[in-house]
Design a protein around this ligand. Sequence first.
Ligand code: 13P
Length: 350
Amino acid sequence: MNLQKLEATARALLADGKGLLAMDESTGTANKRFAPLGVPQTEDARRAYRDLIVTTPELGKNISGAILYDETVRQKTKDERPFVEAIIQAGIIPGIKVDAGAKEMAAHPGEKITEGLDGLRERLAEYTGLGLRFAKWRAVITIGDGIPSDGCIAANADALARYAALCQEAGLVPIVEPEVLMEGSHTLEQCAEVTERTLNVVFDVLIRQRVALEGMILKPNMILPGLDCPVQNPVEEVADATVSCFLRTVPAAVPGIAFLSGGQPSELAAERLNAMNVRFKERMPWALTFSFSRAIQQPALEIWAGRDENIPAAQAALLHRAQCSRAARLGEYHPDMETSTDPATPGEQF
Ligand code: 13P
C-alpha cells in the first residue's frame, strides 16, 4: 500500500473548502429520478444528463471530486471526450461507486446487506487503469422496530472494511459510507444512538482489517429525526448532535468527513453543514464537508427535465448549489444566498 499517495489524494479531495459531488446513481435510481419528470429512462438520457453536469462552467471551483457510476466511465461527452477525461479537465478528481447495491439480508427482515466484494480486486485494477483515484461503497442501516440488529451492522461493517482494504491496496482512496436512513418515525436521539453504535463497529473493523485511517474518507448521515417524526429539531440541535457523535466515534487520524444528503431539502442540508462548521470550528480534528447527490443535483435535474434548451439554466442551478455547499463547508453560508441574484463566490466576500 502506498500510503503517501493515498494521503495526497485524500488531501486533494478535502482542499480549498471544496467537497464532493455524488453523481453515481445506479441505473435503477437514475431512472427513478427521471420518471416523474418525463425524462426517457435510457442510456443516452443518462449520458446527456451527466454531460450537463460535467460541462457546467466553474464546477471545479467548488467540487473537488465526482463519484461516477460504471456506465458513465464507459461513455463519452457530446464532444467525444471520455467522461473521466472531461472531469479531469474540469479540475475535478474522478472516483467511482464500486458496490453492487444493498440487497435484502437473509434472516434479517427489513434490513439490507451491501454486495459487491466478489471480483472487486480485478474491478479496482481496471478502474485504476481508467484514471479513477477514489471509490465509494454504501451500506444502508434502517431504524425500525427492533432494528438495526447487531448482525446487520456487523456484516455491513465487515464488507465496508474489506472493500476499503482492497481499495487502498489498489491505490484508491475508499469513501466509507454507512448510511443510517432518514425513513421512519424515530427521534433525533434514536438516530444518534444508532449512528454512534454503527460508527463504533465500523471503525473497530476498519482498524482490525488494517485499513489506514489517514487514507480514507468517511461519508456518514447527519444526526436527524426520521422523516415521520413529529419533532423536527432546529438546525443548531442537529449540528450539535451530529458533531458530538463524531467526536466520540471518528478517530482524529481520519482526514475528512463528507456528508451524504439523504433526501434533505438542499437549503436545509447547507444550513446544517454550515452550523456545524461555525459552531465546532475550533474543535474538529477532521475536515467536515459534503458529498451530496440530491442536495446538489435535484433542482438542476428538475429544470433540465430532458430538454436541451434548459441546459444553461440547469447548469446555473447546479453551480449555485455547489457554491452554497462550499460556503457551508467554510461556515460562510447564509440563507440570503438562495435569493441573491449575484451569489458571491464562497471563500471570498459574501
Ligand atoms: P444523497 O446526497 O442524495 O443522499 O446521495 C449521496 C450518496 O452518494 C448516496 O450513496
